[in-house]
Write a protein that binds this ligand. Structure first.
Ligand code: PMP
Length: 456
């Protein structure tokens, strides 16, 4: 039963008057009016007008187990009644923190057994900057300060996280890059491959790390950070040669390796973590989103033995947040992990719905002149829109073809995201084959309308 809120126009006008949105142009949005979402169940959400929308983005890549899980709201209610809040400062803990830390440690790759809690991916990444710099101080190498990230990498919106990331429109906003952060090219074969095979290009993109380390001086470099598959940058799935080469370079120069699992973690790629899919052995792993399926804000950093053993000898760790390891968020995250495990969602993504999703998207793309490439893995994909497939001709950025397509999709009941010239999809892990069929039908209609609008 849909609950009735005030009429949409009234809500939009209050929204415009008092609410500053994330990643929106406030003035333009105030004129247009925000979309007001009021309810969710399974893979669908409803807006205030009662329109049902298939959520092809699982919120912000996070609602792994789908909306409206009664067991998660029951756990939250019980935990709120029993112990709504306590913290982990100055030597306290709660059973919920302990249980969740142990559960995460069992799932992470070998050696990543120590779990530090935060409330968002950005906080987790800021935490990593502090931990890594502390590690190098304790190692007697205080000059090892600089982090190397990648163009189009996304690691969050706080000052450190935005500096780790490689989103030029975010760097340009203030400008606000902190010192001590550098970037290398991303491994986007379709955009930058330039006649090289995927494997050749993967090596080239990885070797940009070695060049950057030598340029900065190895004694000044603290760590390299990368998402196993770059999500917000446009679903950049790395060639098979990329991560092994990155790993070799990190080891050669004794650079710590951070795999940002905020999107990839908890089954999205068909493994519990993207690092397992790509054979990455990170020293630190931030995670969030799928950890609680977005039901409550919580993030974690898995700290590997190499770093933990040094921090462990280093005395006071002066770091933490009021809500680190919040008991209600921990209880919900723990139950969410149980759902993912008990319903076999990770295997399902790898063996069933993931392959079906990609096969269906490829079939659609094969017959659609607007789609130059489908990429991704598991339940994350991008359809790269082109003016012409051969020779490959991109739309001019100001044409905003992907944004046009995304708006058409929304109007037809499918939530997708536009990133650069790509339409990005990352549905809940519980999506069925029938819902994937519905998604593909809606995509086809959206692509047709976009092709017509741009006279292809
Ligand atoms: N890392 C990655 C890979 C992300 O995709 C995001 C969010 N999209 C973040 C970090 C930041 O997480 P949050 O928005 O929770 O701060």
């Amino acid at each position: 039963m849909l609950r009735n809120f005030a009429d949409t126009a009234a809500l939009q006008s209050l929204d415009a008057a008092h609410h500053v949105h994330s990643f929106a142009d406030p003035k333009a949005l105030a004129q247009k009016g925000a979309r007001i979402i009021t309810q969710g169940k399974g893979c669908y959400v409803w807006d205030n007008e009662g329109n049902r929308l298939l959520d092809g983005m699982a919120g912000l890549w996070c609602v792994a187990v789908g909306y409206g899980r009664q067991e998660l709201s029951d756990i939250a209610a019980r935990q709120m009644t029993e112990l709504a809040y306590y913290n982990n400062h100055f030597g306290t803990s709660t059973p919920q923190m302990i249980e969740l830390a142990e559960k995460i440690a069992r799932l992470t790759p070998d050696g990543l057994d120590h779990i530090l809690f935060a409330n968002s991916g950005s906080e987790a990444n800021d935490t990593i900057v502090r931990l890594v710099r502390r590690y190098w101080m304790l190692q007697g190498k205080p000059t090892r300060q600089t982090f190397i990230g990648r163009d189009l990498g996304y690691h969050g919106s706080t000052l450190c996280a935005v500096s780790l990331g490689g989103m030029s429109h975010m760097h340009g906003m203030a400008p606000e890059m902190l010192p001590g952060f550098a970037h290398i090219m991303h491994p986007h074969h379709y955009l930058l491959g330039d006649g090289l095979t995927r494997e050749e290009f993967g090596l080239k993109a990885a070797r940009a790390l070695e060049e950057k380390i030598l340029e900065l001086g190895p004694d000044n470099v603290a760590a390299f950070i990368g998402e196993p598959l770059q999500g917000a940058g446009g679903v950049i799935d790395p060639p098979s040669t990329y991560w092994p080469e990155i790993q070799r370079i990190c080891r050669r120069y004794d650079i710590l390796l951070v795999a940002d699992e905020v999107i990839c973690g908890f089954g999205r790629t068909g493994e519990w973590f993207g690092s397992q899919l790509y054979g990455i052995q990170p020293d630190l792993m931030p995670m969030a989103k799928g950890l609680s399926s977005g039901y409550l804000p919580i993030a974690a950093v898995a700290v590997g033995a190499k770093v933990f053993d040094v921090l462990n000898e280093g005395g006071l760790l002066a770091h933490g947040f009021t809500y680190s390891g919040h008991p209600v968020a921990c209880a919900v995250a723990s139950a969410n992990i149980d759902i993912i495990a008990n319903e076999g969602l990770v295997d399902r993504v790898r063996e069933d719905v993931g392959p079906y999703f990609h096969q269906s998207l490829r079939q659609l793309a094969d017959s659609h002149p607007l789609v130059g490439e489908v990429r991704g893995v598991g339940l994350v994909a991008a359809l790269h829109l082109v003016r012409d497939r051969a020779p490959k001709t991109f739309f001019a950025p100001e044409q905003q073809a992907a944004i046009h397509c995304r708006e058409t999709l929304w109007d037809n009941g499918l939530i997708a995201r536009a990133v650069g010239q790509a339409i990005v999809l990352s549905p809940p892990l519980v999506i069925t084959r029938a819902e994937i069929d519905e998604m593909v039908d809606k995509l086809k209609a959206g692509l047709d309308a976009t092709a017509a609008a741009f006279v292809i």
